[in-house]
Each structure stands twice: as C-alpha cells, then as structure tokens.
Design a protein around this ligand. Structure first.
Ligand SMILES: Nc1ncnc2c1ncn2[C@@H]1O[C@H](COP(=O)(O)OP(=O)(O)OP(=O)(O)O)[C@@H](O)[C@H]1O
Ligand SMILES: [Mg+2]
Length: 336
C-alpha cells in the first residue's frame, strides 16, 4: 500500500539558495506528521512541492502513490491546503467563503451544504457563519480556513504554520480541533511549524529541518530519548544539610545536583524509577519535602542537540516580517 505522502531525494534550488536539499520521508496514513524548523528552513517550499504549487528541481514526491508533478489534478482532489498566509475573503461571510470553494471542487449543492454545515459546527463557527469574515478574530479566521481546506473531504490536509500569530488560547483550540478531526475522520495531517510545543502536542512523528535538510526524524518521545541526558527532579526541602546533600550525591542513581533559588535540582536517568528511592533516602535523614516537580527533556533540548542552536536564535534572524512565505531570504550558511 502506498504511503499517504512520499518524498524521495527532493531538491529545490533557487538562484541564490538551495531551499530543499535532498529530502526524503514517508507519511503514514492517519498520522499527524510535522516539519519543525526555523525561518528559511524550507518548510513552506516542501509543503508547496507536495501540494503541486512548486515543482522540485529534482527528486520525486507523491500523495497516495500519485506523482505530484505528473498528475497534479488527481493529487489536488486528494489534498486539502491551509496556507501560511490567511487567504479567506474578508468581504464575504464564512458561509460564502466555503460555498465558493465547494463549487470550485464541483460538489453538488445538497452535499456541499451538508459538508459546510458539518464543518462549520466542527470548527465552532455555526453561530457566526453569516457574518463577514472581516469581523472575525485571527483564531476564527484560521478555523474557517481549516474548514475550507476540508470542504471536498480530502485524504490528507496540509497546514503551513497554522497557529503563527495567534494567542495561546486560540492556538490550543486549533490543536484540539485538529485532533478531533483526525479522530473522527481518520484524516492524515501534514503540518509545518516552528513551535516546539505545537510539534510536541500534535505530531505522531516530527522531522526537524534546518537549511533545507532533515536533521532527524522520529516520534517526539523517541527524539527526546535519543539525546540521552537526564530527567530533573526539582525539590524544595526542609532542614536540608550539607551532610544530606553529600549523601544524595553519593547515590549511584543521582547524576548531579544543582541549586537554584530555594530549590535543588536532582538529575537522574529515569525520574519515575528514581523518585521513590530518593524520597525514601530523604525520609531516613528526616529531610522534609515542601515542593516537588519533575522536568523531562523537552523538544527544545532536542532541537539544540541536533542543530547546535535554539530555534529562537534563528527566529531573531528573520529580516522582514512582511516578506512572508516564499519571499527570498538569504540564510547564513546556505550554499548555492
Ligand atoms: N520563490 C522563491 N524564490 C527565491 N527564494 C525562495 C523562494 N521561496 C523560498 N525561497 C528561499 O528558500 C528558503 C526556504 O524558504 P521557505 O519559505 O521554504 O522556508 P520556511 O521554513 O517556510 O520559513 P518560514 O518559517 O519563514 O516560513 C529561504 O532561504 C527562502 O528565501
Ligand atoms: Mg514558511
């Protein structure tokens, strides 16, 4: 059986930059697959290649086994697209925006309106369906565009940075929405993002991309495990003495102890297994625990490990807010 999406050795060269540099991956049916990377990493370009908007310089890509260059019309019937920039028509209502799209896909009136009602309900816009999109918040507009991308019941939905610029509450609403749609319809979802939390919460597998290349590809938990390192047990303790500190440090499961403000941070390989042992040791020494929290490795740690930088450092290099997706931006280190 064919994969939901496949990319084989995709290269996209522009005159001054190689936007995508020999990228290969497979997306399984029904999974949420994420491309995580900083500005200029090549996410939008890859997205555009898979959705027939840009032709690769070399390499081959397919959706459900259908070649994106040779049979774009057939691919388009199988894909829904939510682009990085918002493109719904502000002068029309949500209902009209959806209706136009449904007509474009030649969906007969009755079925089109049924789909529209279902989708408006799913994205929570039924009550506002007859209002002009100009009166919508960013989050509402984004939800409308997700509904629009699903009007023809595609097999796979492509979303390019779907929550960029939205407030935290609206971002969470979109995540829950996408999870609900995936559960109800078994839709395959391909998402690009530069948000660690988004990739972590939503994606079954993540490809970290940087300078047009996939640096590493795996599930969020495997990625975190792959970089080794430690869980951190953070505690605020009563009557914690230098002797108690020395005793904890001497325990083989304790890799390190640091102090921060009032709390100590104990580094262990596996917090779930180590915690009861440490608590017991503290109890024996009559040390009380006033506060305890566990921190696991984050995707941020994974990103730093594989790319040698934080995603925020690269974000800071963004030159022009208005240039948007696809506008030429020279990234340091990118070679022609
Ligand atoms: N049409 C184009 N012409 C020339 N260069 C382009 C074009 N589209 C993209 N690029 C360049 O290709 C590289 C990758 O761009 P792309 O938009 O794919 O990155 P991105 O990961 O989506 O970034 P962002 O997070 O800013 O959306 C950048 O250096 C960009 O300037
Ligand atoms: Mg982009």
């Amino acid at each position: 059986m064919a994969y939901a999406a496949e990319a084989h050795n995709i290269v996209k060269k522009y005159p001054s930059v190689i936007a995508v540099n020999d990228v290969s991956f497979n997306v399984d049916e029904g999974e949420i697959f994420g491309l995580l990377g900083p500005n200029g990493a090549g996410k939008t370009t890859l997205n555009r290649i898979l959705t027939c908007l840009v032709k690769p310089t070399s390499g081959q890509a397919s959706i459900r086994g259908i070649d994106v260059v040779k049979r774009p019309a057939q691919v388009r019937r199988n894909i829904g697209v939510v682009s990085q920039a918002m493109t719904s028509d502000l002068d029309l209502t949500a209902w009209e925006n959806l209706d136009i799209y449904g007509k474009y896909f030649d969906i007969p009136r009755k079925q089109r309106h049924e789909n529209m009602k279902y989708l408006l309900e799913t994205v929570g816009l039924t009550a506002r369906a007859k209002d002009l999109v100009a009166t919508y918040s960013g989050g509402m507009r984004r939800r409308l565009e997700i509904a629009r991308g699903l009007i023809h019941k595609p097999y796979i939905l492509f979303l390019d940075e779907p929550t960029t610029g939205l407030d935290p509450q609206s971002r969470r609403v979109i995540w829950e929405l996408l999870q609900k749609i995936r559960q109800e319809t078994k839709l395959t979802i391909f998402i690009t993002t530069h948000y660690m939390d988004e990739a972590d919460v939503l994606c079954d597998r993540i490809a970290i991309v940087d300078y047009g290349k996939i640096v590493v590809l795996d599930s969020p938990s495997n990625l975190k495990r792959s970089i080794g390192g430690f869980d951190i047990i953070e505690m605020t303790l009563g009557n914690f003495s230098p002797e108690a500190d020395a005793k904890l440090k001497a325990m083989p499961i304790v890799k390190n102890i640091t102090e921060k403000d009032e709390a100590i941070r104990v580094y262990v390989e596996d917090a779930a297994k180590s915690m009861p042992v440490i608590i017991e040791e503290l109890r024996k020494m009559n040390v009380s625990i006033d506060y305890l929290a566990i921190h696991e490795q984050s995707l941020e740690d994974v990103f730093i490990h594989y790319t040698g930088k934080t995603i925020r450092e690269t974000e800071a290099q963004k030159v022009n807010f208005f240039s948007g997706a696809g506008a030429p931006k020279q990234m340091p280190g990118a070679r022609v």
